[in-house]
Design a protein around this ligand. Sequence first.
Ligand code: ACO
Length: 323
Amino acid sequence: MTIRAVVKGVGHYLPERIVENSEFEASLDTSDEWIQARSGIKRRHFAAEGERTSDMATNAAQAALADAGLEPDDLDAVIVATSTADFTFPSAATSVQSGLNMTSGFAYDVQAVCAGFVFALSTANAQILSGQAKRVMVIGAESFSRLMDWEDRATCVLFGDGAGAVILQAEQGEGSSDDRGILSVDLNSDGRHRGILYVDGGVSTGQTGYLRMQGKEVFRHAVEKLAQTAEVAMQKAGVSAEDIDWVVPHQANIRIINSTVKKMGVAPEKVVKTVQDHGNTSAASIPLALSVAKANGQIKDNDLIVTEAIGGGLAWGAIVLRW
Ligand code: ACO
């Protein structure tokens, strides 16, 4: 018998304000046509003034608890993947804990930018497998609109805000790839590339700063590294591309998604795509996509899923799980 971290609930939250591509045409030399052709994005949500990352995370957590039929005190831990926590400290996760009125357990943030949810899911899985926790809420939540330089058309049209949450629970498995739950994890980072995608502010500068990106370089690394990490994760899980029911990729750019999936050898109709409606929501993009795909009937119990992401660092990874 093997312990597995099995998904018990999923939920998401998107801020009310929807910004269509055409809104950028008023202030920037850009067009709906260019944005859609180069990124696949049609619209994104932006957080309201005063609406914080931890507020969105708490809303997503409540939706996941309702989906699982659980109460906050049924959780042992809350992990929030974010690069846009409300404050330098305390963590967004402790704000979520207080927002949920949780009176026990532990909470902390994980920061691996757009790969954050994969890293956080891996951490939660490890805590469940080690017996340290039985039920863990893993949230990806971001307000990247607060990191945008609104004069930089090459970045500010690409990102959006939102949150998604997944509850993992310890269950007995057989130790085979037929088990439900997380079957394999592959994590990587290479700090030599930290200069191609970063925020030029933080504690060392005294300002929040803006996101800076060498788009073409990020694109090149993304396709190669995502296909590779997905392949390694599938090998570790003992499954092949033909076994996969759904690829749930980080939603950064439709061209990255399509090229990666082609390299992986997975059929295009097996890919969950939300980038057109959410833009790139960084660590929130995968749990948002999982929640939307479950709600619209794409993902069903026992489906075999591979999820992969890359972000600033560079940091990247993939997870194979059976829903
Ligand atoms: N509207 C119109 N033109 C634009 C815009 C815009 N919004 N943005 C850039 N351009 C122009 C450029 O200025 C350039 O003009 P020039 O030829 O006169 O210099 C031209 O379009 C081409 O620019 P490129 O950067 O070469 O365009 P490219 O085809 O590479 O597309 C993009 C740019 C969309 C950023 C692409 O490189 C990309 O998607 N890269 C990956 C970015 C990404 O996904 N990052 C996130 C992943 S990691 C994470 O999620 C944190």
